[in-house]
Design a protein around this ligand. Structure first.
Ligand code: MG
Ligand code: MG
Length: 269
């Protein structure tokens, strides 16, 4: 079942997505070596509740936290722990919020302190690939066009590994709706995008092998070879004018510019 959203519903999803974006920016303002995943998770939950919304992930299929915090070889679904961030970490933070009966979803991978050039390049390429995918969001295009664009850039041009087991998704009254939005695939395949479709696009890119496994905590997905992994996500609506990006990473990039403990990875356009 595919749900197409009205203009009013898209605005409600945007409101949730902007709250998620501001929550991630709030997290970005306090990230530094010595801070733990549990501390930022607490800060994010307070921030969301202060804005009269609910964390979108907490309790979802039993997930215990507001944020997914996936460090270094962590791909996604990391549970925040007491482990303190250290200089050189890359940390993927995924956040959802539920407000006025609609979900918002967005993710960003941060570079803490002196991250090496190899990991910085992984972050740049993954972040850029998200926009390569979004360029293909328009009515009449197919879902496969998005994955094809991401895969061509990430694997074809850069030789990194795209995770296959986890994909983007429709979003609205439910956190995860049809259709699946793979980060790989063939042009011209998959469903045709129509006005009102709202999807979360979220490339997960490994420095080495594309293979992943679940860690012993039962949640965290990690790269099988233990090499770093990155993840960026936007919620995007298909409108008559093309893609409307409902989440907004400019809040996050502004927070990063004001935090000397995090490296700037905004895309230079
Ligand atoms: Mg997400
Ligand atoms: Mg998502």
């Amino acid at each position: 079942m595919l749900y197409y959203k009205s203009a009013e519903e898209i605005e409600l999803i945007r409101t949730s997505c902007i709250l998620v974006s501001r929550t991630l920016a709030h997290v970005a303002s306090i990230l530094k070596p010595g801070v733990s995943g549990i501390e930022i998770d607490f800060a994010a939950e307070e921030f969301i509740k202060d804005h009269k919304a609910l964390p979108g992930f907490k309790g979802y299929r039993g997930f215990p936290s507001t944020l997914c915090v996936s460090l270094n070889e962590g791909v996604v679904h990391g549970i925040p722990t007491n482990r303190e961030f250290v200089d050189g970490d890359i940390v993927s933070i995924d956040c959802g919020a539920y407000l006025h009966e609609y979900y918002g979803d967005s993710a960003f991978t941060f570079a803490i302190g002196d991250v090496d050039e190899i990991s910085m390049n992984l972050l740049h390429v993954t972040n850029t690939s998200l926009y390569k995918g979004i360029e293909n969001v328009k009515k009449g295009n197919r879902i496969g066009d998005i994955g094809y664009a991401i895969q061509s850039y990430v694997e074809g041009e850069h030789g990194y590994g795209i995770v296959r087991e986890l994909v983007g998704h429709g979003i609205g009254r439910n956190l995860h709706e049809k259709p699946d939005v793979p980060n790989y695939g063939n042009r011209g395949k998959g469903i045709v995008m129509k006005e009102g479709l709202v999807i979360a696009i979220e490339p997960m890119v490994n420095l080495g092998t594309k293979e992943v496994m679940q860690s012993s905590d039962g949640w965290t997905i990690v790269s099988r070879d233990g090499k770093p992994s990155a993840h960026y996500e936007h919620t995007v609506a298909v409108t008559k004018n093309g893609a409307d990006i409902l989440s907004d990473h400019s809040f996050i990039n502004d927070a990063i510019k004001n935090n000397v403990n995090i490296k700037d990875i905004s895309i230079k356009k």
